[in-house]
Ligand binder design. Structure first.
Ligand code: WTA
Length: 650
């Protein structure tokens, strides 16, 4: 075990997978030598590097300066004028891509809708005119509370077209969460739909808006898209049907040339404490960052069908369902519903039906598929797949191997992509035609991203040691501020380790310069003076043949500072027992040392998760501490899980 850094690291993974010659030969970036060269170029002359990439997009007016950096305030491509909707649509409509599929949508109920670039441009232009007709101006905020249907990206692109800021609020959030976000953003208009389908039932959306809007005086109009057909109460003067407004709208709406630093969108992210933060992204830099990372990391080709399973309510949906792929002229697939409806092989059916080539999902989904069993994916040949990706959490090596074998059939590289709502774009990830892969590592920082692992004092931690993951230079898609709270932006991100962007994640770098992300710093346990990453203990647990998923948290312990509490779900066919508890404790002791041996093991059918699939360790901590759950539970996937866990006696 290494103890050089501030966080001890116990995970050692030795497997390495080289890219196949076949994949490499057609990849955008084909060797580590090419990667190193790009990385060097970007490090030596970032202005030239980013300027060269930006020049691949359409600018109404060229920029004067690539980056003005007055830490922590950045301006990218200042003086330039650009429009992201133009780069996603008009630029392709002027070429042979005009009649290429931009979006393919599959509803949970099975229907499919395809929008070509031309069709999408017409819809977006019409809806942009609708927004204007309701008095939405450049700079205004528009809240979007919808399910995964084509109207959602149309609404986002229409906002971008006229320079209004969208703030997409995930359709699983409550009316209460809507009030907070609408109030903070002072949105003047809300776009919603009657409902959306999930697991065969209707997720009602408009009723939550009806509950929220009376407490939001900034909202003047509500537009309602019809998806399920469930009758709605329409409030006169405030509510309008999408289809009625669209029927009369002109399909001509030139994209507004916007200053490169014009705000593009707000996306709220819940911090571990306090009120949600409105992360602000601006136009030019975000466009450039998402464009190039989508191209390089997913090796996007014109023939590809690209499927990122994230909801558009999260940053992953913003950057890699919509803006990154469309700027590349790619075909992006959207699916409305649950991964296991009507059966656990729905995702694999979608892949077969649309011949998906590149598939990007979350470790939490992969672990769920592991639990359903490999027989479900193995029913489907999925020969179209050529590349897989993950995002959102550390992926434990066992899940990585399962993904590689059962989904990628040992043929597809896996890109484990580390990034954040705040970074806007992928920061650390393999380039699939170049980077040798190590299961569980997001590998190297992308060219143009100067990331490092440092101590609390900002000193680099030698290879092998754990520390704080930071970014030392600005990058184009970085957040510009927290909306309405610049002080919090400075404190939270730029003051913890002065002069560096503080990610809040722990990580270690190995001797090859590969990053191993250990999760949020607040997910670190101190046992007998050693700081252990909960993720590493989880990884050891999940490597046990009977364990499907594990979450590990700290519990106060009189003797050792903190003790380790593990929450475990079992693979089907295994029953909880005292023997198994002891077996798991002994297993972890053997895998990573007795220091990391869980003091408590609790079994559960499910683990509590946020809507984006991250395990809510905060709540588990409260349970482990023996108290009742007091934390905010509005973002939980399944509240009954908490009740069951809380009720369970040790
Ligand atoms: C975690 C999602 C390990 C990390 C794009 C980060 C990851 C937080 C990875 C951001 C990864 C994301 N490996 N951890 N590949 N990707 N994370 O804002 O803790 O929803 O800080 O953005 O997710 O989550 P967010």
């Amino acid at each position: 075990m290494s103890t050089q850094g501030n966080i001890d690291s116990v995970l050692t993974e030795k497997r390495v997978f080289e890219c196949s010659g076949a994949f490499r030969s057609t990849a955008h970036i084909q060797s580590m030598a090419d990667y190193e060269r790009l990385y060097q170029e970007a490090e030596t002359d970032p202005e030239k590097f980013w300027g060269g990439i930006a020049a691949e997009l359409h600018w109404f007016k060229p920029w004067d300066k690539v980056c003005e950096w007055n830490c922590p305030w950045a301006k990218w491509f200042s003086g330039g004028e650009i429009n992201l909707s133009y780069n996603c649509l008009d630029r392709h409509v002027a070429t042979w891509r005009r009649n290429k599929a931009a979006l393919i949508w599959e509803g949970e109920t099975g229907e499919v809708q395809t929008l070509t670039y031309q069709q999408l441009l017409l819809e977006v232009s019409k809806f942009a005119n609708v927004l204007k007709s309701l008095g939405v101006n450049k700079g205004d905020r528009v809240a979007i509370y919808m399910g995964m249907c084509p109207a959602l990206p149309i609404a986002m692109l229409a906002c971008a077209r006229i320079g209004a800021l969208h703030t997409v609020i995930f359709g699983g959030f409550s009316a209460h969460a809507l009030v907070d976000r609408i109030t903070d953003s002072q949105a003047c208009l809300v776009i919603t739909q009657d409902g959306s389908f999930r697991r065969g039932a209707e997720v009602k959306l408009k009723p939550a808006v009806d509950e929220a809007v009376p407490s939001c005086p900034s909202v003047k109009n509500v537009i309602v898209f019809q998806r399920t057909g469930t009758p709605q109460t329409m409030f006169g003067g405030r509510d309008h049907w999408w289809h009625e407004l669209m029927a009369h709208a002109s399909d001509e709406c030139p994209a507004e040339p916007l200053d490169s630093e014009h705000p593009l969108y707000l996306l709220y992210t819940s911090g571990t404490t306090g009120k949600p933060k409105g992360i602000l992204h601006t136009t030019g830099g975000y466009s450039v960052g998402t464009y190039i990372t989508a191209k390089w990391v997913f090796d996007l080709k014109d023939e590809d069908v690209f499927w990122c399973t994230a909801d558009l309510g999260w940053v992953t949906g913003h950057s890699y369902v919509l803006y990154g792929p469309l700027q590349n002229g790619a075909t992006s697939l959207m699916y409305e519903g649950a991964p296991n409806f009507p059966e656990p092989d729905r995702f694999w059916r979608v892949i077969e039906r649309h011949k998906v080539n590149v598939f990007y999902t979350a470790p939490t989904a992969i672990r769920a598929f592991m639990r359903f069993g490999a027989e479900w994916p193995l029913k489907h040949a999925m020969k179209s797949l050529r590349l897989l990706g993950t995002v959102g959490e550390p992926i434990n090596p066992e899940a990585w191997m399962w993904y590689r074998e059962n989904i990628g059939r040992n043929r597809c590289p896996i890109v484990d992509t580390w990034w954040q709502t705040e970074t806007g774009m992928i920061m650390i990830a393999p380039l699939p035609g170049a980077t040798p892969l190590k299961p569980g590592s997001a590998t190297r920082a992308l060219p143009g991203v100067i990331a490092d692992v440092v101590t609390r004092e900002g000193e680099p931690v030698p290879p092998g040691g754990g520390g704080y993951l930071v970014v030392k230079q600005p990058w184009p898609a970085m957040l510009r501020t927290i909306y309405g709270d610049p002080q919090r932006y400075v404190e939270q991100y730029w003051s913890q380790i002065p002069g560096m962007y503080f990610t809040g994640d722990g990580a270690r770098k190995d001797e090859d310069g590969y990053f191993w992300i250990m999760g949020r710093i607040d997910d670190v346990i101190t046992v007998s003076g050693h700081r252990l990453s909960t993720m590493e203990v989880e990884s050891a647990l999940v490597a046990h043949p009977k364990v499907a998923e594990a979450a590990v948290v700290a519990r106060l312990d009189d003797f050792r500072g903190q003790a380790i509490a593990a929450f475990v779900t079992l693979k089907s066919g295994n029953a909880p027992s005292e023997e198994l508890k002891n077996e798991l404790r002994a297993w972890v002791a053997k895998e990573i040392g007795s220091l990391a041996k869980p003091d408590d093991v609790r079994f559960s059918d499910e683990l509590p998760k946020t809507r984006s699939g991250k395990i809510t360790r905060r709540l588990l901590k409260e349970i482990a501490a023996g108290g009742e759950v007091k934390g905010d539970t509005t973002t939980l996937e399944d509240l009954s899980v908490i009740a069951r866990l809380s009720a369970q006696e040790e």
